[in-house]
Design a protein around this ligand. Structure first.
Ligand code: FPP
Ligand code: MG
Length: 310
């Protein structure tokens, strides 16, 4: 991870000082480096886990992710990211969008070093990621179940890139095709679980832990797992919460009240239990990986997603 970190600092450099400053901003603010970590971990299933291509692949996924955060904060009008000012708040939307484009271009340049297959995988991944992000902005279809719509969004906007992190790691670390496919399926589920726990934290955690402003999804009118589960309630005590959830939550008082009611609602634990079950499912896909420390680490990685608090 130290090697990846050094490489990342080099990749966010531009010939223009201001572009470097804007591109470094969120990378230096922090971040869990969840995706590059999965690349390195998945590479351990192969016979050359320390190859330079593994490091390049780790940078590709982190830079793609970072690019998407610059854009996401514009869409969410977010003020905070990784405990720092978001780029749109620090500068403006134009700077944030173009810096995201710059980082995505850097990621694409690096992908080209990994060959045409990697470029195709990256392109297909990004198609899914953007489709997921767009689908989040539209209501489910007339006959579509809102929970199914949400899970489809999550698999697209987050599961796709995390699945590719696992695939790249396995492939460039020299794993067999069977292990690569198993890890890709594992990555997609772990990635979805990661986003589901992020959505729970958006309600349950405070900004000191998450480095973000709580309740952003509610304010944006994006119904996430705890909200969708609470909306299934027929308990008369939930009438006020359901009324708030079906209305406009951009009003500060209504937003605060809805957040408070949700934090105390059993739907939060129900949503957490769902994420734990997904992590279990992901671990069940690891049979192709021999028993030993690498498999144990992949199992622990899935568990952490389900129990994380930041
Ligand atoms: C986080 O969602 C957002 C994503 C996982 C994907 C965002 C993708 C885009 C905006 C498209 C990017 C396009 C280019 C060209 C770079 P969230 O708001 O639920 O998570 P958060 O709590 O971290 O904000
Ligand atoms: Mg966001």
């Amino acid at each position: 991870m130290d090697v990846v970190e050094d490489a990342l600092s080099g990749h966010v450099r531009s010939r223009a000082g201001f572009v470097t400053e804007a591109a470094r901003h969120l990378m230096e603010a922090g971040g869990k480096r969840f995706r590059p970590l999965l690349v390195l971990l998945a590479a351990e299933t192969g016979d050359h886990p320390a190859s330079s291509e593994v490091v390049t692949a780790a940078c590709v996924v982190e830079l793609t992710h970072l690019a998407s955060l610059y854009h996401d904060d514009v869409m969410d009008e977010a003020a905070l990211r990784r405990g720092a000012e978001s780029a749109n708040a620090r500068w403006d939307n134009h700077v944030a969008i173009l810096t995201g484009d710059f980082l995505f271009s850097k990621s694409s340049e690096l992908t080209a070093e990994l060959g045409p297959d990697a470029v195709r995988i990256q392109a297909q991944t990004f198609t899914k990621l953007v489709e997921g992000q767009i689908l989040e902005t539209v209501a489910p279809g007339q006959d579509e179940d809102p929970l199914a719509h949400y899970l489809d969004v999550v698999a697209g906007k987050t599961g796709s890139l995390i699945a590719t992190a696992a695939r790249y790691g396995a492939r460039f670390g020299g794993a067999s095709r069977e292990v690569e496919e198993a890890l890709t399926a594992y990555g997609e589920i772990v990635g979805s679980a990661f986003q589901l726990s992020d959505d729970i934290l958006d309600i349950a955690s405070d900004s000191v832990d998450s480095g973000k402003t709580p309740g952003t999804d509610l304010r944006e009118g994006v119904p996430t797992l705890p909200v969708l589960m609470a909306q299934q309630s027929t308990d008369p005590d939930d009438a006020r919460l359901l009324e708030l959830l079906s209305g406009d939550l951009t009003d500060d008082d209504r937003h605060a009240e809805a957040l408070d009611l949700l934090r105390k609602h059993p739907a939060i634990d129900e949503a957490r239990a769902y994420v734990v079950a997904r992590a279990q499912e992901a671990k069940g896909l690891l049979e192709a990986v021999p028993q030993g420390p690498v498999r144990e680490a992949l199992e622990a990685f899935a568990d952490i997603v389900a129990t994380r608090s930041a």
